[in-house]
Design a protein around this ligand. Structure first.
Ligand SMILES: CC(C)(COP(=O)(O)OP(=O)(O)OC[C@H]1O[C@@H](n2cnc3c(N)ncnc32)[C@H](O)[C@@H]1OP(=O)(O)O)[C@@H](O)C(=O)NCCC(=O)NCCS
Length: 179
């Protein structure tokens, strides 16, 4: 397994992987994205943000850095991305998103992707905080983030009404400490 940055040259295969990943959202009433089941896919504005963000330097509005984990056959089996926050004067922080392919979970890949991104944010990008939002029912993800040193900073109860269900949204943050 290798963890590599996504470049403009391989963004198409990444979007294809992400669409497949999102297809599981809501299956068995397990939601990991605030989107209705059966229609979860990479929306055009999301795809544009990924494509544009790869070419923007950290510190500038809209920057994004994406890494994928690939198996020995070069298949994408997980991803993690860091991106700028939309608010001005928050350039010392970033937002995180991630996922691991359905057939490769519970073997440490999520932990490896997370520590890779944290190391880059700390040592290369010199950021000070990573923030994220996670659906409150997504217990595997919350456990992973807590293990990696994120703390819960708040929760919006019943933030979303999706597929007839109320889904709450948990905010978490990790302070980065350069060594
Ligand atoms: C959340 C998610 C990224 C975790 O990825 P993962 O690769 O399964 O993460 P890890 O393998 O590092 O850890 C998951 C569990 O496997 C366990 N594990 C890790 N290596 C293991 C091994 N070799 N043998 C057995 N168990 C192992 C971990 O202890 C952890 O256990 P826990 O859930 O009881 O705490 C993954 O479930 C996922 O993609 N979910 C859908 C998308 C999603 O939720 N994204 C986040 C949105 S905010």
């Amino acid at each position: 397994m290798t963890i590599e940055p996504v470049t403009a040259a391989d963004i198409d295969s990444f979007i294809e992987y992400l669409n497949d990943h999102l297809a599981d959202n809501g299956v068995g009433d397990r939601y990991f994205q605030p989107m209705p089941k059966g229609t979860s896919r990479v929306l055009p504005q999301m795809e544009d943000a990924f494509r544009a963000g790869l070419g923007i330097h950290v510190g500038k509005a809209g920057w994004r850095q994406v890494w994928v984990a690939r198996n020995s056959g070069r298949k994408i089996i997980g991803h993690i991305d860091l991106r700028s926050r939309p608010e001005p004067f928050s350039e010392h922080r970033c937002l995180l998103g991630m996922g691991v392919d359905r057939d490769h979970r519970k073997s440490g890949l999520g932990t490896a992707l997370l520590s890779h991104a944290v190391r880059w944010a700390t040592e290369i990008a010199r950021l000070e905080w990573i923030d994220l939002q996670v659906l409150s029912g997504n217990e595997p993800a919350i456990r992973l983030y807590l293990r990696a040193g994120f703390i819960k900073t708040g929760e919006l109860p019943e933030m979303f009404r999706i597929d007839g269900q109320s889904l709450s949204y948990t905010s978490m943050s990790k302070r980065l400490t350069a060594t």
